[in-house]
Design a protein around this ligand. Structure first.
Ligand SMILES: *[C@@H]1O[C@H](CO)[C@@H](O)[C@H](O)[C@H]1NC(C)=O
Ligand SMILES: *[C@@H]1O[C@H](CO)[C@@H](O)[C@H](O)[C@H]1NC(C)=O
Length: 382
């Protein structure tokens, strides 16, 4: 009996201790690799090595110009760090992005040499330093731009996140422009009162609560499309659709407006396509073999016409999947990625526009405009 007790005591005390030690060990080794220039993180190829046979363009890369960062990943060579030609905007410096005097022609794609500032199809990727906020704000004030911001606050997401989301949006989201928040909720009476600036309004739209959070997330596409059709299109040129579990922390301004706008996922903006978490199940309509970027469904937008097409198309894909009894890996985000691969966005937002502190420090991310709030999935998704 006593022995039994002692054994139990041993387990109670030592097992948690071992777990803590293992955890700290993992964290420390990760830390050392990432930050201290540990040799494991470097490119281990000898300096006369060619990456690809023949005179492939990649052979022009100077992998040894940077000795402080890796140039190679487990999955082959990739180009994660600054100063790499492939990562940059390949347009010549007198290229105009758009015909005429489109506002996006005011962007300086070459003011940032450490990040990719345009896509292969000529859409700007928005980073701090590329745009003049006043030029954008003045233009949109002059043209009478008005913006709808849709947000879903269902179940406990409402009490947990909505107030901070709205309060911080008043400080940072499209300040100076007319904005209407469309709050979709199953509990209209619980929507907090938030002081709104001039020209800003809030509308509550009652929606049915779905059983599973996956369904809430997917039905959102249908609900947004309906709201655009019934009210948004009559009042607003632009729509932004955001997740509620986020907090604005710096300017998220009119420079982000465009025909169709997508956000680079903070976890994947430096990753090669092979690492993107696209849906790879051929039975799903969201299945994709390859793509351009991994977009984050926490932020997307555009003109109401574009967002209507986007959300309707995602909804159709989701319903077809339901009929076939499959569900895409990341639900509505998988469908959104498929849509945006087929219909290229006209503007791409850098991860400044939805940063996660979990990623850690990144030199090129100079501003955190919107931050993921702490997740409480254990409480929320039950
Ligand atoms: C796809 O559907 C087919 C036919 O219903 C089934 O046999 C197969 O296992 C499915 N594949 C996956 C990856 O779910
Ligand atoms: C939306 O879809 C319709 C019908 O498919 C198409 O005619 C229209 O050009 C699309 N508009 C936008 C802005 O994508």
């Amino acid at each position: 009996m006593r022995l039994c007790l002692r054994t139990r005591l041993l387990y109670v005390l030592f097992v948690p201790l071992l777990i803590v030690i293992a955890y700290i060990g993992t964290y420390l080794s990760y830390y050392i690799c990432r930050f201290s220039g540990h040799p494991v993180e470097k490119c281990l190829l000898s300096s006369n090595m060619r990456l690809i046979p023949g005179n492939h363009i990649y052979n022009s890369l100077d992998l040894w110009s940077r000795t402080d960062v890796t140039r190679l990943s487990a999955s082959g060579f990739i180009f994660r760090f600054s100063g790499h030609p492939v990562e940059k905007c390949l347009l010549s410096s007198n290229t105009r992005l758009r015909p005429g005097n489109h506002i996006d022609n005011s962007l300086d794609l070459w003011s940032r040499t450490d990040v990719k500032t345009c896509t292969s199809w000529g859409a700007p990727i928005m980073w701090e330093g590329m745009f003049d906020p006043h030029v954008y704000d003045e233009y949109h004030k002059k043209t009478g731009t008005s913006v709808a911001l849709t947000v879903f606050a269902i179940g406990r997401y409402l009490e947990m996140y909505l107030k901070d989301f709205l309060t911080s949006a008043e400080q940072h989201f499209m300040v100076g422009l007319p904005v209407t928040y469309y709050v979709f909720t199953d509990a209209p009476e619980s929507v907090p009162a938030v002081g709104l600036g001039a020209g800003r309004a809030l509308e509550i739209v009652r929606v049915q609560r779905q059983e599973r959070w996956q369904d809430i997330s997917m039905m959102r596409m249908r609900t947004i499309a309906d709201a655009i059709q019934s009210r948004i299109r009559l009042r607003h040129r632009y729509v932004f659709c955001l997740d509620v579990d986020q907090v604005f922390a710096a300017r998220f301004g009119s420079e982000a407006l465009g025909e169709s706008v997508a956000l680079l996922h903070a976890f994947f903006y430096l990753s090669p396509v092979a690492e993107f978490t696209y849906d790879r199940n051929p039975n799903s309509t969201a299945c994709m073999e390859t793509g351009d970027f991994y977009y984050h469904a926490a932020v997307f937008g555009g003109t109401w016409q574009s967002v209507k097409n986007m959300t309707e198309s995602c909804y159709r894909g989701i319903m077809t999947d339901k009929e076939n009894q499959v569900e895409a890996l990341w639900h509505d985000e998988s469908h959104l990625n498929k849509y945006l691969y087929r219909h290229k966005p006209s503007k791409v937002l850098s991860p400044e526009y939805c940063w996660s502190t979990e990623v850690g420090y990144r030199r090129e991310v100079r501003v955190h405009r919107l931050l993921w709030a702490e997740k409480h999935y254990d409480m929320l998704r039950t």
